[in-house]
Design a protein around this ligand. Structure first.
Ligand SMILES: [Zn+2]
Length: 411
């Protein structure tokens, strides 16, 4: 049986330089949008050389752009890919939980072979892709591409007139950034009570670019809030935030996500093998043998960015703690927080459970540093600390540079 690769006629014209430098993954320009019927693509069919491997075949058969209201099921159905295969992908996704983060505008690349899914690429932006590839008859494995790119700084400044939220929004900050600022300074200021009309704020925001294209990712490098006679500051240094004097703004993390210690039923293991296929199926978290209904605690100050149900992970929560740290809690029975909420270390955020595909009641807890899962039981966790002696000079240089930018752009 011949296999064909659908290839656009003018492929080279469309391939962005970023895709080429990434090597393995690139996109064809044909895109389909729901609720349109999938048209017959205007493409030339070229014979595919054997063997069919990821490196050689980098052109998706279909690229689909996510529309508002889409679900993974409806998209798979449109493309004629079976629900069984969707669940096989979801099973692999439990280790990375990338599918739940898809939003309108993101792209899905499908590689099909005689109607069977061989590969699915999630293209969030030029800086971030996740690829699910068929590893065996009924198994997919994932890989993730994160590109650092360049960060371009810009000063955003404004004055308080109404709430901090509306004032910051007017100045050009987005909801997530405003939430991050509130979480960052929550120990220092009550944004609702303490701010007065006429108070000012300045933020040095960096936007990520890859080959001249904005990815939509931003980070807050420094900020200043003039609250009546006092000045609140935050500077990001080595992924953590410090005030003007180099004192940490983050409170220390807790090692365990529960008040009581529970038996560790499964360790973090990035090389865990699938018992049947023998393929690597990473265990990106630590499992605790918690009975259903055990209170689950936030291990650090942060913002809840996801409260979602996943067929395999069950009900789960994701909390972002500044730019560098992220935690995840899986198989919960009940969430006690909602998306967008600011939480403090030790706050009760959920009750543990046995939801999703789980072999028994337990809590699966993950810690990520700079976008990568780490062993939460062993990794260096944030300790509320000042900038170390050896780093003082570098910190002061960075602080002075950011202050200079803010001074030059008084709003
Ligand atoms: Zn687990």
């Amino acid at each position: 049986m011949k296999r064909y690769l659908r290839k656009p006629l003018m492929l080279g014209v469309y391939l962005p330089a970023a895709a080429l430098t990434l090597g393995a993954f690139s996109y064809q320009p044909l895109e389909y949008s729901l609720p349109l019927e999938l048209p017959e693509p205007k493409v030339a069919e070229v014979q595919l050389e054997e063997p069919h491997t990821l490196a050689e075949v980098s052109i998706a058969d279909f690229v689909y752009t996510i529309q508002p209201g889409d679900t993974l099921s409806t998209i798979f159905e449109r493309l004629g890919v079976s629900q069984k295969e969707m669940y096989q992908v979801l099973e692999s996704d439990v280790s990375i939980l990338a599918l739940d983060t898809l939003k309108p505008g993101d792209k899905l690349g499908f590689w099909l072979e005689e109607g069977r899914l061989q590969q699915l690429e999630l293209r969030f932006n030029v800086a971030h892709q996740v690829v699910f590839s068929r590893a065996a008859e009924d198994t997919f494995e994932y890989s993730e591409v994160l590109v650092e790119g360049q960060w371009r700084e810009q000063v955003v400044s404004g004055e308080i007139n109404g709430s901090f939220y509306t004032s910051a929004k007017r100045a050009g900050l987005n909801a997530a950034e405003i939430q991050r600022i509130s979480a960052l300074l929550q120990d220092k200021i009550n944004f609702r009570r303490d701010l007065r009309a006429g108070d000012r704020f300045q933020v040095v925001r960096a936007e990520q670019y890859i080959d001249g294209e904005a990815t939509g990712n931003t980070r807050l490098e420094g900020l200043r809030v003039f609250n009546r006679s006092r000045e609140l500051t935050a500077f990001m240094f080595d992924g953590n935030y410090y005030d003007l004097n180099g004192e940490s703004l983050a409170r220390a993390f807790m090692r365990y996500p529960t008040k009581r210690r529970f038996r560790l039923s499964s360790q973090f293991n990035p090389y865990r093998k699938h018992p049947v296929t023998g393929r690597v199926r990473p265990h990106n978290g630590t499992d605790f043998a918690t009975p259903i209904g055990t209170p689950v605690l936030a291990t650090g100050d942060g913002v809840v960015t996801r409260v979602t149900k996943h067929p395999y992970a069950g009900l789960y929560i994701v909390i972002e703690h500044g730019e560098k740290y992220k935690t995840r809690f899986l198989h919960l029975s009940k969430a006690l927080v909602r998306k967008g909420q600011t939480v403090s270390r030790g706050q009760k955020i959920a009750l543990s459970g046995n939801s999703g595909r789980s072999t028994g009641a337990h809590l699966h807890y993950e810690l990520h540093i700079n976008g990568r899962p780490v062993n939460a039981m062993k990794a260096p966790i944030p300790v509320a600390d000042a900038v170390g002696k050896d780093d003082r000079m570098a910190f002061n240089q960075l602080k002075d540079r950011l202050l200079e930018q803010m001074n030059a752009n008084q709003g």
